[in-house]
Design a protein around this ligand. Structure first.
Ligand code: KG4
Length: 341
């Protein structure tokens, strides 16, 4: 049998990424991040699409070089079709379509959220066997999403619960911004939280039925409390940033884990995975380990480089679709709205 080479392309937000896989094993994964947004405290869509335009050719070129293959050897191109920022998506989608057409090879459209979950199936070598057994539960937490997903198969994922307003990462980033700590707030809050007292401050926790999440109340309660404290002491943030970060992280992790425990209880599934950018968070990882020990879960946490946006997860999803001959026609447009379909 001929080797199957898949090129994966990811451009849904502010990372331009390309990866090459041979027979489902990762050969290269190259990502160009965009520092331009730091000055604005969040991703500026217009600047993101411009940066993708500049990055996409060199990133794909590097991915092919590191994989040590020529583009003519590719079997198919997998690309993120959505959800994400439309201007960002259009760059990767158009590039993938143009390259596939010129090479006369098939296209594989990948849902970005499905890709995050599929990060668990990325193989760095033939004998890499760390993927969770099916079915498993996956807590998907990123800057744009917070969901509990039941994974029955790579192409059968059921959203059991999701945020009705802000995502967990978005709440962390916004609270970090109001403290004047910089962007993205996640890694900064994580670092500060390690030196603070998680019980120092209490912030409001939502009371939402079922397995859905809500983080906007917490964000508002953080903002109002901070405003009052700063009125009394203008240097309040500087004096208490470690305790503020630790208490904020503690509240968010509590909210996430409470619903996840409920999902385990309701489904009886004890194979539990973590995915998305927020899964880099040390407090959340520790809580995962604690719950695993206490409740007998088997847990799966991907390597850091596969938790944030990357093309390896798009490539592996595309490879599964390739084996099923589930190709995408060139007229399928990008989509921005959150869906698992
Ligand atoms: O998955 P991702 O790279 O992009 C989206 O698809 O949204 O996630 C980015 C999010 C940001 O909100 C960022 O602040 C958060 O992940 N993040 C973290 C950490 N590292 C990144 N949040 C908490 N702790 C971290 N160490």
């Amino acid at each position: 049998m001929n080797d199957i080479y898949i090129l994966g392309i990811e451009s849904s937000c502010d990372d331009t990424s390309a990866a090459v896989l041979r027979n489902g094993v990762l050969l290269s994964n190259v990502t160009a991040s965009q520092d331009v947004h730091k000055a604005y405290g969040g991703v500026v869509p217009e600047l993101a699409s411009r940066a993708h335009q500049q990055n996409v050719v060199p990133v794909v070129d590097q991915a092919l070089k590191r994989a040590n293959i020529e583009k003519e050897q590719l079997s198919a191109i997998a690309f993120t079709r959505g959800p994400g920022l439309m201007g960002s998506l259009l760059v990767g989608v158009s590039f993938a379509k143009g390259l596939a057409r010129s090479l006369e090879i098939p296209l594989l459209d990948v849902n970005h959220l499905q890709g995050h979950v599929m990060a668990h199936f990325i193989k760095e070598s033939d004998d890499d066997n760390t993927a969770p057994p099916l079915p498993f539960l996956c807590l998907l937490v990123s800057g744009g999403n917070s969901q509990i997903v039941k994974v029955n198969a790579y192409n059968d994922m059921q959203v059991l619960g999701q945020t009705i307003d802000d995502a967990a990462g978005e709440a962390i980033d916004k609270c970090s911004k109001v403290m004047g700590l910089g962007y993205p707030g996640g890694p900064i809050i994580d670092r500060l939280a390690r030196q603070g007292n998680p019980e120092a401050y209490k912030f409001s926790e939502p009371n939402i039925p079922g397995l859905d999440y809500s983080f906007s109340g917490l964000k508002t309660s953080f903002l109002y409390n901070l405003r009052d404290w700063v009125k009394e002491d203008p240097d309040f943030v500087e004096h208490h940033k470690e305790d503020l970060a630790a208490s904020l992280e503690h509240t968010i992790v509590n909210i996430l884990m409470k619903k996840l425990r409920l999902a385990v209880k309701q489904t009886g599934i004890k194979h539990v995975a973590l995915a998305g950018g927020v899964s880099a968070n040390n407090g959340l990882r520790n809580a995962f380990h604690d719950n695993a020990e206490r409740y007998g879960w088997t847990i799966y946490i991907p390597k850091f480089s596969y938790t944030t946006d990357n093309a390896a997860m798009i490539g592996i999803t595309g490879y599964c679709k390739y084996l099923d001959r589930d190709f995408c026609s060139i007229d399928k447009p990008a989509f921005s709205k959150v869906t698992f379909k």
